[in-house]
Write a protein that binds this ligand. Structure first.
Ligand code: NDP
Length: 359
């Protein structure tokens, strides 16, 4: 099959392209500039003509993806701004929403061969801020962040602007899908990952440019930006996470599994506190890594074990065959049913990447 991946140079998307190519798909990636195209052509040169790049310089322009979708069997839409460096919330919301409705619009017009569209949404489209530990599922919709943006506009916290962009983009995708359901021959799958961590293969000059989630991990677990006395409390702050390679695999399985049709699917390995990542990094046999002999220790073992945000990821197990937590412990990383990578696996490979890149 032929798969279009938007934002192919991104942290998650680069792994997704690699995973698709490894599994025999023909991949067309879109990026914003020729420079980014060149990097990817080189990264995937072993796959020859099975990989090509289209430049889509502005995903919000009318018909931006009209050419790119032609001849494709499936679409994986990952491109969306993920940074907190904004004043006007529309700087995130516009590309998130218009990028999504735009690519679906191009599929409606020019995607006659498309059978499935997978969209990378986020746990940000699911969760809401609660004063007590809460388990969220695909039944939950983040209505709070869009409302906060309506009320607070520019003065809303940056994280709220990002969450609103993801919630509104996913909502727009389902609305458009339902509106056209009777005339189309494709179905929609949405993947909702929490924090994504793990090694990187995209073009990145330094660890602070890794992308919001992976650079955050580097800053805390390698560079030690969150000491035990920082006030932010590495033993208190955390969320849920999954390894980037598993998120890529989830996107591939989302194409392959019939029963994924018209589902939103949380892809989560489990919960974390930042202190736990530090504890894991310091417990690995490869630690200390030569380039960072003194990984930050924080306050070892002090985690309060109260997880404010966790997810019921059972649908991922049922539909994608990707099982998290104790239930997946006996499963391997390949096969019909697999388990999500552990914090140890993710940490080991991320530190090896840090070492290999000379950071
Ligand atoms: P990256 O920042 O590495 O990748 C984002 C991709 O989207 C890049 O290709 C980027 O292109 C493109 N993009 C961003 N803004 C625009 C824009 N205005 N117009 C066109 N393209 C744009 O982030 P991730 O790989 O982490 O994110 C990929 C997807 O996964 C996003 O949809 C994100 O919301 C979602 N996600 C990420 C999570 C995480 O923890 N990493 C968790 C949950 C969801 P360019 O390089 O040119 O800027």
């Amino acid at each position: 099959g032929k798969v279009l991946v938007s934002g192919a140079n991104g942290y998650i998307a680069a792994w997704l392209v690699r995973t698709l190519l490894q599994q025999g798909y023909i991949v067309r990636g879109t990026v914003r500039s020729e420079e980014k195209a060149g990097f990817l052509r080189n990264l995937f040169k072993d796959y020859g003509e099975k990989f090509e790049v289209f430049i889509v310089s502005d995903i919000t322009a009318d018909g931006a993806f009209d050419e790119a979708v032609k001849g494709m069997d499936a679409i994986e839409h990952t491109a969306s701004p993920f940074h907190f460096n904004v004043d006007d919330p529309q700087e995130l919301i516009q590309p998130a929403v218009k990028g999504t409705t735009g690519i679906l619009g191009s599929v409606l017009k020019h995607g006659q061969s498309v059978k499935r569209v997978v969209i990378t949404s986020s746990s940000a489209a699911i969760l809401r801020v609660e004063p007590k530990p809460t388990v969220f599922s695909e039944e939950n919709w983040n209505e709070q962040s869009p409302r906060d943006i309506e009320e607070q506009g520019r003065s809303a916290p940056a994280i709220t602007k990002y969450r609103a962009s993801k919630a509104l983009a996913e909502r727009a995708a389902w609305d458009l899908y339902h509106k056209h359901k009777s005339q189309i021959s494709w179905d929609l799958v949405v993947i909702n990952p929490p924090f994504v961590f793990g090694p990187s293969i995209q073009d990145v000059p330094n660890p602070f440019a890794l992308g919001t989630s992976a650079s955050h991990w580097y800053e805390i677990v390698v560079a030690g930006s969150m000491g035990p006395d920082s006030g932010a409390g590495a033993n208190k702050v955390g969320s849920s996470w999954a390894d980037v390679r598993d998120i890529a695999e989830a996107h591939v399985r989302a194409l392959q599994r019939e029963e994924a049709a018209n589902q939103r699917i949380i892809a989560s390995a489990g919960t974390f506190k930042w202190q736990e990542w530090m504890d894991v990094a310091n417990s690995l046999s490869l630690s200390p890594i030569p380039s960072h002999p003194n990984l930050p220790k924080g306050n070892p073992g002090s985690t309060d074990k109260i997880y404010m945000v966790s997810y019921d990821a059972s649908k991922s197990g049922r539909v994608l065959g990707m099982v998290s937590g104790a239930e997946g412990a006996h499963l391997g990383l390949t096969g019909e049913k697999i388990r999500y990578r552990t914090m140890e696996e993710c940490t080991r490979d991320t530190l090896a990447d840090v070492e290999a890149r000379g950071w």
